[in-house]
Each structure stands twice: as C-alpha cells, then as structure tokens.
Design a protein. Structure first.
Length: 329
C-alpha cells in the first residue's frame, strides 16, 4: 500500500545520509549465507587456474587446506566439491563416480580428517564429471535414461555419505531420484545426511565455464534439454520443487541464479522450505571479466548477490564465497 503525497512525502529524505540508509535497509548479507564451490584435480601440490574463470583454481587434494583455511577465514558454513576427472578415467557409464578413490571421495576424507565438523561439505550427485559423453546419466540413442541412471546415483550418494559428505546435492534432474536417494541413505544409517535438491535446474548456456573447469565441455554430445528445464517455464519449476519436497528434500536450489530471480521468488512464496540460489560459472565469468576489463565497477558483485536475498534465497552458492568478507564489508 502506498500512502502519502509529494511534497509532504519525500522518499529521498531517508536516502540522504549513509547512516539513515543503513537504518532502513530491508536485506542484508552475512558470511553465513554463502557456499563455495571448489574444483579438484589429480596430482600433487598443484593449484591450476581455470582459464575461463578469473581467480578460480583447481586444487590437488593435498593443497585443499589452502582454500579451506580461506573459507574458514571468510566464515562461510559450507563448501561444494567438484572434480576435474582425468579423461582416461571416463567411460560411457561414468563408473569412476563409484570409485572410493575418486577425487571427490579423497577430498571429503581429507577435509573431514583435518577439519572435523568445522565446515560442511556438499557434493553433487550426477555423472557428468565421469562420463565420456559429458551427460549426467546413462545415454541411449541420445536420450538420458531415467530409472537406470537413478540406480547409479543412489550408489554415488551412499558412497559420498560413507566418506563423510554432509549434504547430498542431486544435480542430475532425473525424475524421482530424491525419494530413492533418501530411502537409500536412511537404509544405510544416514538419516541425518541432508539432501539439497537442485530442484529447478535449467538447461543453460551459463554453465559453459563450469564444464570447462570439470573438463566436460569438449566431450558433451548435444545438449541437456531432455532432462534440465526449459527456460521458458516457471510453473513447471514449482511442480519440480513440490515433488522434491514430497520425496524428502531438506532444501531446494534454483540454478542458474540471476536470470531466474522470478523462480526463486515464486518458490519462496509457494513453499515453506529454504531456497538456495546458485550463481553459476557463466554469471561469475561475465561479472569478473567485466570488472577486469574496467567495463563495470566491482560493487556489481554485492548488488547482484543482494538481488538473490531480495528474491528470497536463504543461501547462495558462488565462486566469490572465498572472498566474501571483503565484498560485503
Ligand atoms: C553438473 C553440474 C553443472 C553445474 C553444477 N553441477 C553443469 C551442468 O549441469 O552441465 C554448473 C555449475 C556452474 O556453471 O557453475 N550436473
């Protein structure tokens, strides 16, 4: 409701001073709101820049302490692990996903051993870092099989939980996987392991730099439109979220972030569940390269992150999370 009239009412009055602007702020960000994705790579003592993502690196497991220490200094609650899998270890069925010596499993064990419960660990459940065709599941005549893929995802989830993963994050968009994963986790004694479902994940060009970072870009056959969502749709996102909540999701993700603020808002308004936003690699690269080239000033980062909060996100996955204290102060 709008009340009052000019000249009695002048909204600029409250905007005049910085202290006054602070008093009437409607949204705030703190370190508690952020999750950092971390890329892992084979080998020893390596830290390798991701070409398409300024200031983002791939770490060998033995160098993880560097980035985890940085995350703790920035007081963020959780990190998400993603592997750059050696192409030689990839095959049609992504069997490396079930190897307990894979990069993600090693990474979880390293962090849990060294940091105990000081920081949460979230892991993607999907096969794309492990398949020779770059798809999130099993491929048959260019179609990603649903139920057959879920059988593998269940095993991947239980394995990650066994390693110590705190939050299982299915990012594959198969129908019905959340319920089946929940059931398998419970059956194996992991009823307190959380599920963060990538419930509304769109088939997006914004994932380009990520696919570069995990080495699936050149391999990807076709696109992911037969399982990830169509960017023309919003109501469908609510159906996806409703199903995942019924199946046992503790939290849901909307991904990408900025082009889908309307979806975040709609999910927040329709369901009483924490909604997370993923500011994906393409969003990050566009902003970071824009700043680097002097096209735009760096306050754009804070402005963008705040938009997720305004839309209703509880937390934000972002590649800026390891520098967040400085950004929000
Ligand atoms: C894999 C996955 C993707 C991202 C997170 N998990 C890429 C994809 O679905 O192709 C993208 C993250 C980013 O772009 O930052 N299922």
């Amino acid at each position: 409701m709008i009340t009052g009239n000019y000249p009695n009412l002048r909204l600029r009055r409250s905007r005049k001073n910085n202290w006054s602007r602070k008093l009437i702020e409607e949204n705030t960000l703190s370190s508690n709101d952020f999750i950092l994705p971390i890329f892992l790579i084979d080998g020893k003592n390596k830290k390798q820049e991701v070409n398409s993502m300024p200031d983002v690196y791939r770490y060998t497991v033995d160098r993880l302490d560097e980035i985890i220490d940085k995350s703790l200094k920035n007081k963020i609650p959780m990190v998400a692990l993603f592997p750059y899998t050696n192409p030689k270890k990839k095959n049609k069925i992504g069997s490396e996903a079930l190897n307990e010596e894979n990069l993600v499993c090693k990474g979880i064990r390293y962090i849990k051993k060294r940091y105990k419960n000081k920081i949460g660990i979230m892991c993607d459940v999907a096969l794309d870092p492990y398949t020779s065709h770059g798809h999130d599941g099993l491929l048959k005549s260019n179609y990603v099989l649903n139920d057959e893929t879920i059988e593998i995802l269940i095993k991947q989830s239980v394995l990650q939980a066994e390693m110590g993963c705190d939050v299982i994050a299915p990012s594959d968009m198969m129908d019905g996987r959340v319920g089946k994963i929940r059931k398998a986790l419970d059956k194996n004694g992991f009823h307190l392991v959380q599920i963060l479902s990538y419930a509304a994940k769109y088939a997006s060009s914004y994932y380009g730099p990520f696919r570069d970072a995990v080495g699936s870009k050149k391999l990807l056959v076709g696109d992911k439109k037969n399982y990830q969502m169509d960017y023309r749709n919003r109501s469908e996102a609510l159906r996806e979220v409703a199903l995942d909540i019924k199946e046992g999701a503790d939290m849901v993700m909307v991904k990408p972030g900025l082009p889908y603020l309307d979806v975040i808002k709609a999910v927040k308004e329709n369901f009483k569940i924490p909604v997370f936003a993923y500011q994906v690699s393409g969003e990050y690269s566009l902003i970071s390269n824009g700043i680097k080239k002097g096209i735009i000033n760096k306050e754009i980062i804070l402005e963008t992150l705040m938009s997720f909060k305004r839309a209703g996100a509880s937390a934000i996955v972002t590649y800026y999370a390891d520098r967040i204290k400085k950004i929000i102060s």
